[in-house]
Design a protein around this ligand. Structure first.
Ligand SMILES: C[S@@+](CC[C@H](N)C(=O)[O-])C[C@H]1O[C@@H](n2cnc3c(N)ncnc32)[C@H](O)[C@@H]1O
Length: 265
């Protein structure tokens, strides 16, 4: 299974917002923080890359509306299955929010003067992180903002559920940057950045955790070998058999980066 194949799978996409939801107050908080750092302009251009089902569409729209007299939010995703959700989100929010179905690497050729670019759990799927960040700097407006919601390699490593799926852990350790790498890539591309831990962990029943992992709600579980996945499910069921509630570790890193004077554009 390829990464793009996963996001074209209707069952995965339908279950996405249930299993991978961002709490509403969190999404509002992230969007407000990113938009607050944007340069002062009358018209604000915002790009959400790998927008998925559009969990940030409303929060970005509201934050942008309170910041500038006019704005345009582009919800970009290369999955046609995700696109139907994004079209619904944009139809509800009006003409200043637009869904675009395209690959980031193609779309970036037509992007220019973007004030805020957001990636929520998507930047690690696009290829070499330093190249993605440099590409964003290339189409950003002066003093443009890049906001990232992602688990660092350290945070991936600390998540207990990977104990049952070591191959998925190996895949994610390859794809996710360490915090130091992330900061270095941003600095090298001309950004000043700060980041903080965003703890989105929650308590759930062992049954709910088991169902979420058996449904392969994380792409690494779909990319790993099918036999090894089956073995992992067996071990997980055994371990969870008598468990009640479990703490689901979902610590992420929220990073806001702003282009230094004379960079990007
Ligand atoms: C894990 S989902 C995150 C969705 C959303 N940002 C969220 O946090 O709910 C990653 C999304 O990135 C999209 N994606 C992956 N590679 C992409 C690319 N090259 N160009 C555009 N979108 C991409 C996928 O289709 C998927 O919808």
């Amino acid at each position: 299974m390829t990464v793009s194949g996963i996001f074209e799978d209707r069952a995965y996409v339908t279950a996405f917002e249930r299993n991978r939801y961002v709490a509403a107050h969190r999404a509002e908080e992230y969007a407000a923080e990113a938009i607050k750092e944007a340069p002062d302009v009358a018209h604000l251009e915002v790009l959400d890359v790998g927008a998925g089902t559009g969990q940030f569409a409303g929060p970005l729209h509201r934050a942008a509306a309170s910041r500038s007299s006019s704005h345009q939010i582009i919800l970009l995703d290369n999955s046609t299955e995700m696109a139907s959700h994004l079209r619904t989100a944009s139809a509800e929010l009006g003409p200043s929010v637009r869904a675009v179905t395209d690959d980031f690497w193609h779309y970036r050729n037509s992007a220019s003067d973007v004030h805020v670019t957001l990636f929520s759990e998507s930047i690690h799927l696009l290829g070499d992180l330093d190249k993605v960040i440099a590409a964003v700097a290339g189409f950003s407006a002066p003093r443009g903002v890049l906001a990232l919601r992602i688990a660092t390699r350290e945070q991936v490593h600390a998540r207990p559920w990977y104990q049952w799926y070591p191959d998925a852990l190996a895949i994610d350790l390859m794809r996710h940057p360490s915090k130091a790498e992330l900061m270095k890539y941003l600095h090298d591309a001309g950004y000043d950045a700060y980041s903080r831990e965003a703890d989105e962990s929650r308590v759930m029943s062992a049954h709910e955790l088991g169902e979420m992992l058996e449904a392969q709600s994380f792409s690494a579980l779909r990319l790993m070998d099918g036999h090894a996945f089956g073995e992992g499910v067996r071990r997980m069921r055994k371990d969870l058999r008598r468990a009640g509630d479990v703490h689901f570790d979902y610590r992420l890193t929220w990073t806001i980066a702003r282009l230094r004077e004379g960079n990007g554009g």
